[in-house]
Design a protein around this ligand. Structure first.
Ligand code: SF4
Length: 348
């Protein structure tokens, strides 16, 4: 009887430090859910950080440790799902180099996410110009590095090195998966069948995918409106109590509109059993915002408590042990893939 292997998923994040509730709802929660169904490989994309923050490398390791601590806190089982740093497995660099010969500059310039990167770079440049005036207008070509252009090529190497069958992505990342598939096709056509074309698994947009921060805008580190998984219960309470609600509900017994209230979105996500009653009581004016926020704080803290307890079990030494173990397992797969690549190409 032939044993069928479970489908493999490669998912990763850039080393950005502590994760917030928006990161959890938008990605990490799905990773946890997919653990039973797929074989998961979780990549810390620490080289990818260099494309936008090449000058601040000192933060990469501490940010990596904080982020992986949150992965573990959320419930990723390191025994089942290897977690590893891209920079510790040099095969990523070799495969990236080979792949960079299989795609044209014009194709990469058509990649829609490049435009976003250029926009972000211009914002950064503008912020810097406030301190030190720059001379003249800088063209797009003068702004982007070789690494920016090749970002999706390195991503293709990340995915194909582990022969990922499925890549979980948001809609905006679909063009990168398409580039990965094109590179896999071209490699196979030139040298023989080594790579599968991975399928994108588009993470369904739900009303929680873009979880609002306390100010009502999408939760984001750059906007300073985050609730971190690792915040204390008191800090979480302060953030919830500062949340925007329905501006028409001024007094306790004023009828409210839960559909425009952030606190209610949090109840729906983190307190779904009580949400229908809260909705009713808000509309009728039976429930006041202060009591509603206190209840929301209690429920959110109860939801996060097991994560915070798990997080406390992982100091830097233990996180580094988890990474070292994941890197050994990931390296074994990467080395085998590169052996196939060398054999197919008769180079290397
Ligand atoms: S009672 Fe709750 S759901 Fe209604 S407006 Fe106030 S905080 Fe929002």
């Amino acid at each position: 009887m032939t044993e069928t292997r479970r489908k493999r998923i490669l998912s990763g994040m850039r080393s950005t430090g502590r994760l917030h509730l928006g990161n959890f709802v938008g990605a990490l929660e799905n990773w946890v859910k997919m653990q039973g169904e797929y074989e998961n490989f979780h990549l810390v994309a620490d080289w990818h950080v260099l494309t936008t923050d090449a000058e601040s490398v000192r933060e990469i390791l501490p940010n990596t440790l904080e982020m992986v601590r949150d992965w573990l806190a959320a419930g990723i089982d390191p025994a089942a799902s290897p977690m590893f740093r891209q920079s510790q497995i040099k095969e990523h660099a070799e495969l990236h180099l080979i792949f960079s010969m299989l795609i044209t500059q014009a194709r990469l310039e058509r990649n829609p996410t490049l435009k976003e990167q250029i926009r972000d770079l211009r914002d950064k440049l503008k912020a810097r110009e406030l301190d030190e005036p720059q001379e003249g207008e800088v063209s797009d070509a003068g702004l982007i590095t070789y690494g920016h252009l090749g970002y999706p090529v390195l991503q293709a190497a990340d995915i194909l090195l582990y022969k990922g069958d499925v890549v979980p992505v948001g809609e905006d990342q679909l063009p990168h998966v398409e580039i990965t598939r094109e590179i896999a096709r071209r490699f196979n056509r030139y040298y023989g069948d080594v790579f599968l074309e991975p399928e994108p698994h588009v993470l369904a947009e739900t009303k929680f995918s873009r979880l609002p921060g306390p100010d009502g805008r999408r939760m984001s580190k750059s906007l300073g409106n985050t609730i971190y998984l690792s915040d204390s219960e008191e800090e979480t309470g302060r953030r919830i109590m500062s949340m925007f609600t329905d501006p028409q509900k001024v007094r306790k017994h004023d009828p409210g509109r839960p559909e425009i209230c952030n606190v209610f979105t949090y109840h729906e996500k983190f307190n779904p059993e009580e949400a229908p009653q809260i909705e009713k009581d808000c509309r009728s004016g039976a429930l006041g915002c202060v009591a509603c926020k206190k209840n929301c704080t209690a429920k959110l803290n109860a939801y996060l408590r097991p994560m915070r307890e798990r997080r406390a079990q992982y100091d830097d030494r233990r996180v580094l042990e988890v990474l070292a173990d994941g890197e050994t397992r990931a390296r074994a797969v990467a080395t085998e893939t590169m052996r196939e690549v060398h054999e197919a190409m008769r180079v290397g």
